[in-house]
Design a protein around this ligand. Structure first.
Ligand code: TGC
Ligand code: FAD
Length: 397
C-alpha cells in the first residue's frame, strides 16, 4: 500500500513538536524530558526573574539539580547517572527553557569541570572529586579564557612551572562561570611541556576570584575573574593524561553539544510565550494571532524550532554512536543559537511593550542568548570552523 498523508483536518501534533519528534525518543529520554521540564516549571520559573533582576544565581536549587542526577549526567560511574547523549541534550534544553544561567551551571559542572577530570584525571583525582561534584557538594569551574585571549586561547599567558613537587601558577582568567562559587577550578596553563590542565582548590594561597558585575546578560549566573599569584599547587593536581590544546578543546565539544540543545529551550520558551499571548491579546477587535503578519512571525519560529530539534536529535544520535565530529557540533551550536536569538527578538515584538518587562521571560532569554552567541566559541568562530572543514583552508588568522 502506498504511504498516505493525513488530511489538514487531522489534529496537529503539539505546537512545540510539529514533527512528532516525541516518537523518536526512547521511554527513558521522554522521562528525562518530563522530569526536568516539571522541575523547571515548579522550581525555576517562579524564582528566576527575581534572581535575574537581583543579579544572583539560585544556589538553593543546586541540591535538587544534583538529586535529579543532572550533574555529570552523561558520565559513567563515580556517582554519575551514565545517561546517553540525547538525554543530556534534552536536559539542557529543558533547563534553558527556564534560563540559560541554569543550563550554564549544569554545562560547566558536567562538561567543563567533571569531564576533564573524568577523561584526563588520575584514578585518585576521579575518586576524590567526581562523586562530590555529582552530588553538588563540590562546585567546579573551567578557566580557559584570559583578558587578552578569548577566541584564540592558545595564546594564553597563564603559566605553571614545576618546582620540586609543586607547580607555581601565575596569570589570570576572565569571564569564568561559577568562578567565585567554585570549590575547584580546572585551569589551563602553559608549561614547559605545552598546555596542561590543573585542579586548583578554593582557598589555595595565591588564588583569588572576583565577580564581574554589571552584566546585562546571564544575570542569574556567577561570572568571575580568577587570579593566580605564585599560587602553589601539589604536582599531583595536574591532569596527567592530556597535553596541548586538545585538552580544553575536547571539553568544549561536550559543552557546545549541550548549548546547541539548550538554545532550543530558550527559543521554545519565547515562541510558546508569544503564541499564547497572541491568542489572547485583542487589538482592532480580534486576537492578534489572527493577523497575517503575526502568523508569519509565529510560523517562522515554529519552523526554525522544528529544524533545530531535528538537527539536535541527529547530533545526539551521532554522539551516542560514537561518530560525532566536532564540526557537526559547530553547525548545531551556531544555527540553534542564531535562530534562538532571531526567535526571541520576534517573540518580543509580538508582546509589544509587555515584551520588555521581566513579567514575561522573553527579554531575559534574549539578553542571555547574547552571551550564548559569544561563549563556547563565538558565532564567527563556528562559521570559520565550518568553513575550514568544507574548504580545507584555515581563515582564522
Ligand atoms: P588547532 O591548532 O586547530 O588544534 C590544536 C589541537 O587541538 C585539537 N583540536 C581539537 N580536539 C578536540 N576537539 C576539538 N574541537 C578540537 N579542535 C582542535 C587539534 O586536533 C590539535 O591537536 P594536536 O594533537 O594536533 O595538538 O587549534 P587552535 O589553537 O588553532 O584553535 C582553533 C579554534 C579557534 C577553533 C579554537 O581555539 C576555538 O575553538 N576557539 C574558541 C574558544 C572558545 O570556545 N572558548 C570557550 C571558553 S569556555 C566557555 O566559554 C564556557 S561558557 C560557560 C557555559 O558553557 O555555559
Ligand atoms: P574576542 O575573541 O575578543 O572576539 C571579539 C570579536 O571578534 C567577536 O565577534 C569574534 O567573533 C571576533 N573574532 C575573533 N577572532 C576572529 C577571527 N579570526 N575572524 C573573525 N572574527 C573574529 N570562558 C571560560 O574559559 N570559562 C567560562 O566559564 C566562561 N564563561 C563565560 C560566561 C559568560 C557570561 C561569557 C560572556 C563568557 C564566558 N567565557 C568563559 C568566555 C567566552 O568563552 C569568550 O567570551 C569567548 O570565547 C570570546 O572571547 P572574547 O570575549 O575575548 O572575544
Amino acid at each position: 500500500m502506498a504511504a498516505t498523508v493525513t488530511t489538514p483536518k487531522t489534529p496537529m501534533p503539539s505546537a512545540i513538536d510539529l514533527y512528532n519528534i516525541d516518537h523518536l525518543l526512547s521511554e527513558e529520554e521522554r522521562m528525562v524530558r518530563d522530569t526536568v521540564r516539571r522541575f523547571v516549571q515548579e522550581k525555576v520559573n517562579p524564582v528566576i526573574g527575581g534572581h535575574f533582576e537581583a543579579g544572583t544565581f539560585p544556589r538553593e536549587l543546586i541540591p535538587e539539580i544534583a538529586e535529579l542526577g543532572l550533574l555529570g549526567m552523561h558520565l559513567e560511574g563515580y556517582g554519575c547517572a551514565g545517561l546517553n547523549a540525547v538525554s543530556y541534550g534534552i536536559a539542557c534544553q529543558e533547563l534553558e527553557a527556564g534560563d540559560s544561567g541554569i543550563r550554564s551551571f549544569v554545562s560547566v559542572q558536567g562538561s567543563l569541570a567533571m569531564f576533564p577530570i573524568y577523561s584526563y584525571g588520575s584514578e585518585e583525582q576521579k575518586q576524590k572529586y567526581l562523586p562530590k561534584m555529582a552530588s553538588g557538594e563540590f562546585i567546579g569551574c573551567f578557566g580557559l579564557t584570559e583578558p587578552d585571549f578569548g577566541s584564540d586561547p592558545s595564546g594564553m599567558r597563564t603559566n605553571a612551572r614545576l618546582e620540586g613537587n609543586q607547580y607555581v601558577l601565575n596569570g589570570s582568567k576572565m569571564w569564568i562561570t561559577n568562578g567565585s562559587v567554585a570549590d575547584i577550578a580546572v585551569v589551563w596553563a602553559k608549561t614547559d611541556e605545552g598546555i596542561r590542565g590543573f585542579i586548583v582548590e578554593k582557598g589555595t594561597p595565591g588564588f583569588t576570584a572576583n565577580d564581574i558585575k554589571h552584566k546585562l546578560s546571564l544575570r542569574a549566573s556567577v561570572t568571575s575573574e580568577l587570579h593566580f599569584d605564585d599560587c602553589r599547587i601539589p604536582a599531583e593536581n595536574v591532569l596527567p593524561n592530556v597535553k596541548g590544546m586538545k585538552g580544553p578543546l575536547s571539553c568544549l565539544n561536550e559543552a557546545r553539544f549541550g548549548i546547541a540543545w539548550g538554545a532550543m529551550g530558550a527559543m521554545r520558551a519565547c515562541y510558546e510565550t508569544a503564541l499564547e499571548y497572541a491568542k489572547t491579546r485583542v487589538q482592532f477587535g480580534k486576537p492578534i494571532a489572527g493577523f497575517q503578519l503575526v502568523q508569519q512571525k509565529l510560523a517562522i519560529m515554529a519552523t526554525e524550532l522544528t529544524k533545530a530539534q531535528l538537527l539536535s536529535l541527529q547530533l545526539g544520535r551521532l554522539k551516542d554512536e560514537g561518530i560525532l565530529h566536532p564540526v557537526q557540533i559547530s553547525i548545531a551550536k551556531r544555527n540553534n543559537v542564531r535562530e534562538a536569538i532571531k526567535a526571541a527578538r520576534e517573540a518580543r515584538s509580538i508582546l509589544g511593550a509587555n515584551g520588555v518587562t521581566l513579567e514575561y521571560p522573553i527579554s531575559r532569554h534574549m539578553n542571555n542568548l547574547e552571551s550564548v552567541f559569544t561563549y563556547e566559541g563565538t558565532d564567527d568562530i563556528h562559521t570559520l570552523i565550518i568553513g575550514q572543514a568544507i574548504t580545507g583552508m584555515n581563515a582564522f588568522a
